[in-house]
Design a protein around this ligand. Structure first.
Ligand SMILES: [Zn+2]
Length: 662
């Protein structure tokens, strides 16, 4: 066998196997991107060597073979597959081909490509008669009983033609998926991996009541058979007609006059996909005119008048080299993945979070595994799970260390907690993190003391707690690496300036659990001095407006510890201002009387930093949007809070807008 033939055979085997796992067993074994890449390579091979193309090749088929559990569901009008485009030049080439064949520039309709299961619904005389999956495009599976449980699928249509196949996507909303997993976890059942496969599994239940429990949804976007009325002339009319019949149609479908508009639509939704309550993996672009669609026809099974713009990969496979452990300032052991570097969406990913020990155990992630890594927007990359069939021999399930990897002290895992903690409060890792936190913007705002210097100070034995920072002098600092005269005097100047930040900042900087900028400001305003606060009972603390029992407990716990009281005493001795104006009835500052809600990720400010800026200017920060909210500060991947603000007509600003207000 020639090399291309061998490679083609290898790719076909890989794709067939993946198809079977994905469509028939509802258990994907490779990421969508890997699958697309394999299919694309095979297509290119077959284009270059036409003798290799066979009717059985997976490039000629849409999905997998129907499972034998359900009756076959023949499609009178075949259900389509779509060619894919991956970038701007592919998209422009598609447009150029359409224009050439049509003899003039075409106009398009863009629709979000919902990540669900294609479904064909047959209505006769306006009544739902049957429903079938896409299957191989010609024959699917009859899942009528299960589809009848989907609320979005109307039993009857208003004003529909005598016979119509309504086609669209069955999917699971992210919110419904989260609720489903929460109830499964509560019932001691394993959680589902992702919305798409949960929807697929739901449709394939033998008992429709089990389908109903998954609370599936539906969007329509096409028609198959259509008889007994004048058919629509354009895709825009088609969608409007479906809506008029009472079928849900995605609200974001948009007519685009030019390919530039199409591209802008694709780019916009690639950036904003996380704001939706359902998963999308691209944009479907269709020629608007149905007459022109008919004229353009098909190339094999793919229509020439439509294509799918696939978003950049959010997942990739790579080797999990090892599992590392970070120790936080509270002593929490955070496991993370050390990866063979892999490019995802234009960024090289070397590390990813593993959440916690339970998550590692549930997914059975082992060092040495090939794993699927997910990275989307500003979300921290995480390991989706291992690719089991690529697991090397002689691996063992991962166990969290029983001793702190930094100081060797015993590790404790409190009852009901998913995390383990280093029990040594003097653990260098914890101390380093506490010092780094003390110096961050939003806390004491000490420029020049970051990760490296915090670690060096602890390692050299110069700092065992934050009070030691104020015992530093030029002589001590000069013993550390990379500390020239200018740097030394800058750091000392910054430390001196930080003494006047006041009680609210000090409380936020101490790193008391649950006490960030907002709660620190509330406590400072209520108690006025750190001495008053330190002796307050849990009950007294909880009487503070906005401070609940959990925060009160945490504050009381902090000040009950001798070592913490000692640090506070020494801070006072070094001249730090540990007071605040009592009960500031009339808040001062440009934002006095204004309430803010922060949502999403801001370009350069963390949530704590933004809160500190607002509180410093006399404003308040709240966790939820209401009519009393003055402004919503929205960053990337802002979600439901942004939507609520829009509904209530509340002014929305970005980070630049916030800075302008300040
Ligand atoms: Zn430790």
């Amino acid at each position: 066998m020639s090399a291309p033939a061998a490679r083609a055979a290898e790719l076909r085997a890989q794709i067939d196997e993946a198809n079977r796992n994905y469509h028939v067993l509802d258990a994907p074994t490779i990421s969508d991107e890997t699958y697309d890449a394999a299919l694309r390579e095979l297509r290119d091979l077959e284009d270059a060597h036409p003798d290799l193309a066979t009717p059985e090749s997976p490039t000629q088929r849409v999905g997998g073979a129907p499972s034998s559990d359900f009756s076959p569901y023949p499609h009178g009008v075949p259900m389509l597959s779509l060619s894919n485009v991956f970038d701007e030049s592919d998209l422009r080439a598609f447009d150029a081909r359409v224009a050439k064949l049509a003899g003039e520039p075409a106009t398009y309709v863009c629709e979000l490509k919902i990540d669900g299961l294609a479904m064909s619904l047959r209505y006769e005389g306006g009544v739902l008669r049957s429903a079938g999956t896409r299957g191989d495009g010609t024959t699917g599976e009859d899942v009528t009983g299960n589809v009848r449980t989907v609320r979005d699928v109307p039993r009857t249509l208003r004003g529909a033609p005598q016979t119509i196949d309504v086609r669209g996507e069955i999917y699971l909303r992210k919110s419904a998926f989260a609720a489903l997993n929460a109830s499964r976890t509560a019932a001691g059942l394993p959680s589902f991996a992702n919305p798409r496969n949960t929807a697929a599994g739901g449709l394939r239940q033998k008992d429709p009541r089990l389908t109903a429990e998954r609370k599936l949804s539906f969007f329509a976007y096409a028609i198959g058979a259509f008889a007994g009325a004048e058919p629509p002339a354009t895709q825009v009319e088609l969608l409007a007609a479906l809506r008029a019949y009472g079928v849900p149609v995605n609200e974001h479908a948009t007519a685009c006059a030019t390919i530039d508009d199409v591209l802008a639509f694709c780019r916009r939704w690639e950036d904003e996909r996380a704001t939706l309550d359902y998963e999308i993996d691209g944009v479907v672009i269709k020629v608007d005119s149905l007459a022109l669609q008919a004229k353009l026809g098909y190339a094999g099974k793919d229509p020439r008048w439509a294509t799918a713009f696939k978003f950049r990969a959010q997942e990739a496979r790579t080797k999990l080299l090892d599992i590392g452990i970070n120790v936080s300032r509270s002593g929490k052991l955070n496991p993370y993945a050390i990866l063979d570097p892999v490019g995802i969406g234009g960024v090289t990913v070397k590390m990813a979070t593993l959440h916690n020990a339970d998550d590692i155990a549930r997914k059975d992630i082992r060092p040495g595994d090939t794993v699927i890594v997910h990275r989307a927007g500003d979300v921290i990359p995480y390991v989706v799970g291992p690719v089991l069939e690529l697991r090397p021999k002689k691996t063992a399930p991962y166990a969290m260390p029983l001793a702190c990897p930094v100081c060797g002290s015993p590790v404790e895992r409190p009852e009901g907690d998913v995390f383990s903690y280093c029990t040594n409060v003097a653990c260098p890792a914890q101390v380093t993190e506490r010092i780094r936190h003390w110096c961050t913007r939003g806390a004491m705002d000490i420029e020049g003391v970051g990760d490296a210097l915090s670690a060096a100070l602890v390692e050299a034995g110069l700092c065992a707690n934050v009070a030691d920072l104020y015992d530093l002098d030029a002589e001590k600092l000069a013993t550390l690496p990379r500390m020239g005269d200018r740097t030394v005097s800058n750091v000392l100047g910054e430390l001196e300036r930080s003494k006047t930040r006041g009680l609210a900042r000090v409380l936020a900087a101490l790193g008391i659990r649950y006490v960030g900028g907002q709660n620190a400001a509330l406590l400072a305003g209520e108690f006025g001095t750190i001495d008053e606060l330190a002796v307050a009972s849990r009950e007294r603390l909880a009487e503070t407006d906005g401070i609940g029992p959990q925060i009160a407990e945490s504050v009381a716990f902090f000040f009950a510890r001798e070592s913490n009281r000692d640090v506070v005493r020494r801070l006072a001795e070094r001249g730090l201002d540990l007071t605040a104006p009592l009960h500031p009835k009339e808040p001062v500052g440009v934002l006095a009387g204004k309430t803010f809600v922060i949502t999403g990720t801001l370009p350069s400010l963390s949530r704590e930093e933004a809160t500190a800026l607002i509180v410093d200017a006399g404003g308040k920060v709240s966790g939820s949007v209401s009519k009393k909210t003055s402004y919503v500060v929205a960053g990337e991947e802002a979600g439901s809070k942004l939507a609520k603000a829009q509904t209530l007509g509340i002014e929305i600003v970005d980070e630049a807008g916030l800075r302008a207000l300040l």
